[in-house]
Write a protein of this length. Structure first.
Length: 118
């Protein structure tokens, strides 16, 4: 059985399943070498013409889940953040496993959109 139906929705048994936010994060990271959290949040907001504003309370837990799945890798910046007057930045990049999960998810969405009843 591929899925288990729960009262809160459909939960996939596939480790490559992604939430909408996780898919958005992987999509933006797939086209950029690496970005820090605020850049990811701004990218989603700007691409949606302001309709999707992701708070840090949603963004960073999603990034941690993606790291735990090995879909994203991160590193702390090496330069002196105090010189530019800000906090130290953590940069994120998509991994090969993350690219694979994103492609699988996009393939599923395409199949779902093109599905026709028998």
């Amino acid at each position: 059985m591929d899925t288990v139906i729960k009262s809160s929705g459909v939960k996939s048994n596939d480790n490559n399943s992604l939430s909408t936010l996780e898919e958005d994060i992987l999509t933006i990271l797939a086209s950029h070498p690496e970005l820090y959290g605020l850049q990811i949040s701004k990218a989603i907001e700007q691409a949606s013409d302001g309709k999707r504003q992701i708070g840090f309370g949603s963004l960073y837990p999603a990034l941690r889940r993606l790291e735990n799945k090995k879909f994203v890798a991160s590193r702390w910046e090496n330069d002196n953040s105090e010189a530019r007057g800000g906090a130290r930045r953590r940069y994120y990049k998509i991994t090969a496993s993350g690219l694979n999960a994103l492609r699988e998810n996009q393939t599923f969405r395409t199949k779902l959109a093109n599905w026709q009843p028998a």
